[in-house]
Design a protein around this ligand. Structure first.
Ligand code: CA
Ligand code: CA
Length: 390
């Protein structure tokens, strides 16, 4: 039987952060707090005025699980496995993990409680026969002081409903050059059981009709099926709000209708340097000029030019189904010294980004990128961005 430890844990958060590495200032990422700002932990009685409408017995909507089970299977047999984290005061009160069935996997189930709030990102380490290690199965990492730890998020079971999408499947009919898609969407309520009041499903931003007929009441799930979709990329969007007016984390499922299922391992990739590939709009050429010599300056290539080449069927003729664009972010303006210490370079190559979400104006800006990607998707071509993050 799983240990329910939430009630035993006290919020001792000031103790030593890390047993096997030095500590320092907290550099951890922010906890993923519930979007409603955090509500009462599981088991708390809601205010009388806020008793959620429930529909128990009428539909099969299951409630979200507030507990989290951590498992670890030591590669070589171990006699003790413990869990220590900011919620145990680290070494102050590590929690024993137990191998109930003797299969070599140790586990512990954590319940919400002091120091273990739903939605909270928490740092921890495993202690295997006395040695502190990162959890190889951890979904997150978090710094506590200057020490790298594993981390988990306590399920945000009180923040609202949850959408769980199954595997989306597609078919393609060459006779009509259209396809079908199907996916099962299970809706879970928040832990207080408030029923979903609004379920919206869209395909490429248009509402999916006939949703009621797709509802599997016993399972609390929708079996969404879509027919006669055009070839190319589509996005199925799912939005759910419950009777307490809380939104589920939105779900968007991109998928493709295509004759041959795309496989990255079989892809034929074309890498192009935007500035040097094709000049579609000379009015946005803006070479830096002296002291930058011509080979180190912008030459005028842009995404409008690359789009024209694509529209000519050039990539299709080559059998290309992936285009890798050189970095397209807006670049630091001006010129900078090269590694040889004597020559000046402009950012034509794209490796000096200055804006995270804006496309270099010389390359056509965001509008050109959107047009390029839309055209690629309509041709079954994937586009890879080269993101320079350092
Ligand atoms: Ca076990
Ligand atoms: Ca140009």
């Amino acid at each position: 039987m799983n240990q329910k430890l939430g009630a035993l844990l006290t919020a001792v958060l000031l103790a030593t952060a890390c047993e096997d590495s030095p500590s320092g200032a907290d550099a951890g990422r922010d906890a993923a707090t519930p979007r409603d700002g955090g509500s009462a932990p599981d088991g708390a009685t809601p205010d009388d005025a806020a008793v959620p409408p429930t529909d128990a017995g009428v539909t099969g909507f299951a409630a979200r699980d507030c507990d989290l089970t951590i498992r670890h299977a030591p590669r070589v047999g171990a006699s003790t496995v413990q869990l220590a984290g900011e919620f145990t005061g680290w070494a102050d009160a590590p929690i024993d993990m137990v191998d109930h069935d003797g299969d070599g996997t140790f586990e512990v189930t954590l319940s919400p409680g002091p120091g273990l709030m739903p939605g909270q990102l928490l740092a921890y380490k495993l202690i295997v026969d006395g040695t502190w290690i990162l959890d190889p199965e951890a979904a997150y990492r978090k710094y506590d002081d200057s020490c790298l730890n594993s981390a988990f998020v306590m399920p945000a079971c009180t923040s609202g409903p949850e959408i769980r999408a199954g595997q989306l499947s597609t078919t393609y009919d060459s006779a009509t050059d259209t396809g079908d898609a199907a996916v099962r969407l299970q809706i879970l309520t928040a832990s207080d059981g408030a029923i979903p009041s609004t379920v919206g499903v869209t395909i490429d931003d248009a509402p999916v009709a006939g949703l009621d007929a797709m509802f599997d009441e016993a399972a609390g799930a929708y079996d969404v099926s879509l027919a006669d979709l055009a070839p190319g990329r589509h996005v199925l969007g799912v939005r759910v709000t419950d009777a307490m007016d809380r939104d589920a984390e939105p779900v968007d499922l991109p998928f493709w209708i295509e004759e041959e299922p795309f496989e990255w391992r079989d892809a034929l990739m074309y890498m192009l340097v935007v500035d040097r590939f094709a000049n579609g709009d000379e009015s946005i050429d803006a070479p830096v000029g002296s002291p930058v010599e011509y080979p180190a300056d912008f030459h005028g290539g842009d995404l409008w030019g690359a789009l024209e080449v694509m529209q000519s069927g050039y990539f299709d003729d080559l059998g290309v189904n992936v285009i890798w664009l050189s970095p397209i972010n807006q670049q630091a303006e001006g010129h900078f010294e090269g590694r040889d210490g004597s020559r000046r370079f402009a950012g034509y190559h794209g490796y000096w980004p200055s804006r995270g979400r804006e496309v270099e104006p010389r390359f056509g800006g965001n509008e050109a990128l959107q047009a390029f990607v839309d055209e690629a998707h309509s041709r079954g071509i994937r586009v890879l961005f080269d993101l320079i993050n350092n």
